[in-house]
Ligand binder design. Structure first.
Ligand SMILES: CC(C)(COP(=O)(O)OP(=O)(O)OC[C@H]1O[C@@H](n2cnc3c(N)ncnc32)[C@H](O)[C@@H]1OP(=O)(O)O)[C@@H](O)C(=O)NCCC(=O)NCCS
Length: 226
């Protein structure tokens, strides 16, 4: 079985994302539908993972609230849980937050999902509380800082919605260490060159930048024209 990868959802994906969330939160967990879908959906970055048939089987969203990156609405279809789709969505949400320069990300974890987030580097903040009738605890984790050419970042932000970028932050983004950004695309696809350039940028928390280490990443040559 291939490891799932996630991507940013396009507008066309949103009905399927909403249907999945309805199945998980409203039908399975009993959250009122009017709470489950909210105004934040219009401004959030939505991420999804698909199964081998192309169906959307996991999702989550990223919001910026008072300057803080906040992840929410993490849901994997019951039929695929435990197969890495949730982790893939979380990785992509972290990447989307890194692209936006957030040094940390926070979420309100259902207590039953606490172990899932702990595996992804989160630690609890404060005591548990009830939200939407379900026990939650706030959790937070640091993110690596991306040092890359602004043109590459603009391109990544604008293009990620097309699902051609599946970037994973690999390695533990712990204080003082650097982590590597890897990008994948269909071999020889139209974005392969740009992805290769983007992949040369390293993710750092301090220390040398990728350009100091390996020379210019030439991202300007391959960035977007607009
Ligand atoms: C929480 C949820 C999104 C996880 O999605 P998933 O696709 O099952 O997760 P993955 O298969 O990617 O799991 C990644 C790792 O976390 C572990 N894990 C998954 N769910 C876990 C849980 N509830 N508690 C502890 N560990 C968990 C997996 O075993 C796996 O561990 P491994 O890396 O050692 O193999 C999914 O269970 C879900 O949708 N639950 C119902 C809705 C919900 O509770 N959402 C969270 C709201 S805060």
């Amino acid at each position: 079985m291939n490891t799932p990868t996630a991507c940013r959802a396009t507008a066309a994906d949103l009905p399927e994302v909403a249907a999945l969330r309805h199945r998980v939160f409203v039908l399975e967990q009993g959250v009122p539908a009017e709470i489950e879908q909210d105004a934040a959906d219009a401004v959030a970055v939505h991420v999804l993972s698909r199964d081998a048939t192309g169906a959307v089987v996991a999702t989550g969203r990223l919001l910026e609230r008072d300057g803080l990156a906040v992840i929410g609405r993490m849901a994997a279809d019951r039929a695929v849980r435990g197969r890495g789709h949730g982790a893939a969505v979380l990785d992509e949400l972290h990447w989307q937050a890194v692209l936006r320069g957030h040094p940390a990300v926070e979420l309100h974890a259902q207590l039953t999902a606490r172990g899932f987030y702990e595996r992804a580097g989160y630690a609890p903040v404060g005591e548990p509380y009830r939200e939407a009738g379900i026990e939650h605890v706030t959790m937070r984790r640091p993110l690596p800082v991306l040092e890359a050419d602004p043109a590459a970042l603009r391109w990544a932000l604008s293009d990620a919605g097309q699902g051609t970028v599946t970037a994973l932050v690999t390695g533990a983004p712990v204080a003082g260490g650097s982590v590597t950004l890897t990008s994948r695309a269909a071999a020889g696809g139209p974005w392969a060159g740009r992805l290769a350039a983007l992949a040369r940028a390293d993710l750092h928390r301090g220390g040398r930048s990728a350009e100091q280490a390996t020379g210019p990443a030439r991202t300007r040559d391959v960035g977007p024209s607009a």
